[in-house]
Design a protein around this ligand. Structure first.
Ligand SMILES: Nc1nc2c(ncn2[C@@H]2O[C@H](COP(=O)(O)OP(=O)(O)OP(=O)(O)O)[C@@H](O)[C@H]2O)c(=O)[nH]1
Ligand SMILES: [Mg+2]
Length: 436
């Protein structure tokens, strides 16, 4: 790890952060074109990397786009290019070289040796930001787990931060290397964190079930990081979620009750924002948080119309949604920041996405219309109905379980009373049993 530059303030780091941290370092960004199909897309990804680097506290001094279809197994980029980059890094006196893709442990090691500087990849950078922003117990556990899973294969020859805390009496067997000790310690820690997360996930699942029993429809805010999800939640509910002009402000889900214009009460929840190629270690670690999204009745997808690549952000969000099993949840698109966005960009997004609504979460413009649209969509999706089914009509009860979601089933004197969430389309078949 490079020594801190003089006069630069450094925050105290946790052991797991030490070799990921890129705070206030001079950074050289290397675009790789990974996962992109054109130079423009690769540039957009590199723009995003610059934002991520900035959020992590690094200062981007230069950026190079080095497209490569098949990465070199040893150094990712070719040997000649690597030598050029080394010269550039030296000339610019950078502390860290950040690659816009995931590097294999060997590639990272080789590049560090070659450059004589820290080399960080996109995954480590995003993990670092998450580590800085996590504040809840669950959030911190999720991030640490993702970091450890990332670090484990990269242990060899790295700082071995954990070993610096002392291996402890009794942990070192005869002939055992420090590396093995470290690996075992990390594995134990991973297991412990996983257990902790399972418990937290179970609590979350219980809460979710309780919400289901109350039969309130749930709407999940999703979207690219910095799109304005938390601002919108704050605008329409009494929530006081932190809003900031930086990436990944929100890591922990917040849920609030919201009264729609028609009087229906729904639960609206805010959650972590997405980016292109969200590291799989994070998606894995945040699975229980993201399940809230997959479980929602409706997704309110917020897109920042002021960003230069709104469409690409929408696509990136949908990719992550599919990854977390939320690809089939109905979605309503809120085209946000109408107060400042370029009207042409606004129109393009609205035109390309029928049913989308223009809003400003900041000024409140269009928000009433958006809530109307949410209410209409929810009504078209499912209704919560009370039915009274005479004993002897077990076939109807079975059909209800098949067609809808039975929320409550109570046995009364001469009939079973059922509260169920049903798609509007199926409702007609049960008309004669509906009460109230
Ligand atoms: N001009 C304008 N700015 C907005 C609007 N909505 C949000 N913002 C700004 O956009 C930035 C990000 O807003 P957030 O609400 O934190 O965005 P988010 O989607 O929750 O972001 P993450 O939690 O980081 O994923 C803040 O600076 C907001 O003030 C809007 O309608 N108009
Ligand atoms: Mg937020």
């Amino acid at each position: 790890m490079t020594a801190p530059r003089e006069g630069r303030q450094r925050r105290r780091l946790t052991a797991t952060e030490v070799d990921l941290e890129v705070l206030r370092q001079r950074a050289l960004l290397v675009g790789t074109g990974a996962g992109t199909h054109s130079t423009e897309e690769a540039e957009a990804s590199l723009d995003e990397l610059a934002l991520l680097a900035d959020t992590a506290g690094a200062e981007t001094v230069d950026r190079v786009l080095q497209r490569r279809d098949t990465p070199d197994p040893a150094t990712y980029i070719g040997k000649g290019k690597a030598a050029e980059l080394r010269q550039l890094a030296e000339a610019l006196d950078v502390d860290v070289v950040i690659f816009d893709d995931e590097l294999s442990p060997a590639q990272q090691r080789n590049l560090e040796t070659l450059f004589g500087r820290d080399v960080v990849d996109r995954v480590a950078l995003i993990l670092d930001i998450f580590a800085q922003h996590a504040s809840s117990q669950e959030g911190m556990v999720q991030v640490e787990l993702a970091q450890l899973r990332y670090r484990l294969p990269r242990l060899r020859g790295r700082g071995l931060a954990l070993s610096q805390q002392g291996a402890g009496i009794g942990t070192r067997g005869p002939g055992e290397t420090q590396l093995e000790v470290d690996r075992r310690r990390i594995l134990r820690r991973v297991t412990k964190l996983e257990r902790g997360l399972e418990r937290l996930a179970a609590t979350r699942a219980t809460q979710r079930k309780a919400r289901h029993r109350r039969a309130l429809p749930t709407v999940a805010l999703v979207g690219y990081t910095n799109a304005g999800k938390s601002t919108l939640l704050n605008r329409v509910t009494e929530a006081a979620v932190v809003v900031e002009d930086r990436l990944f402000s929100t890591l922990d889900p917040t849920t609030r009750r919201l009264r729609l214009p028609g009087g229906e009460i729904v639960l609206l929840s805010d959650t972590v924002g997405f980016v292109r190629r969200l590291p799989h270690q994070l998606v894995e670690a945040f699975r229980s948080t993201l399940e809230e999204v997959a479980d929602a009745d409706l997704l309110l997808h917020v897109v920042d119309a002021g960003s230069s690549d709104g469409e690409a952000q929408i696509a990136a969000v949908r990719t992550v949604l599919r990854e977390i099993g939320a690809g089939d949840v109905p979605e309503l698109l809120a085209v946000n920041k109408v107060d400042t966005a370029d009207p042409d960009a606004m129109d393009a997004l609205l035109g390309a996405h029928p049913g989308s609504v223009a809003v400003s979460a900041l000024t409140g413009e269009g928000v009433d219309k958006l809530l109307e649209a949410v209410a209409t969509r929810l009504r078209s999706l499912a209704r919560i109905v009370e039915l009274s089914v005479p004993y002897g009509r077990g076939d109807v009860i079975a059909a209800l379980h098949r067609d809808g979601e039975v929320l409550v089933e109570v046995h009364e004197n001469d009939a079973t009373r059922v509260r169920a969430r049903m798609p509007e389309a199926e409702l007609g078949r049960y008309r004669e049993f509906v009460v109230g």
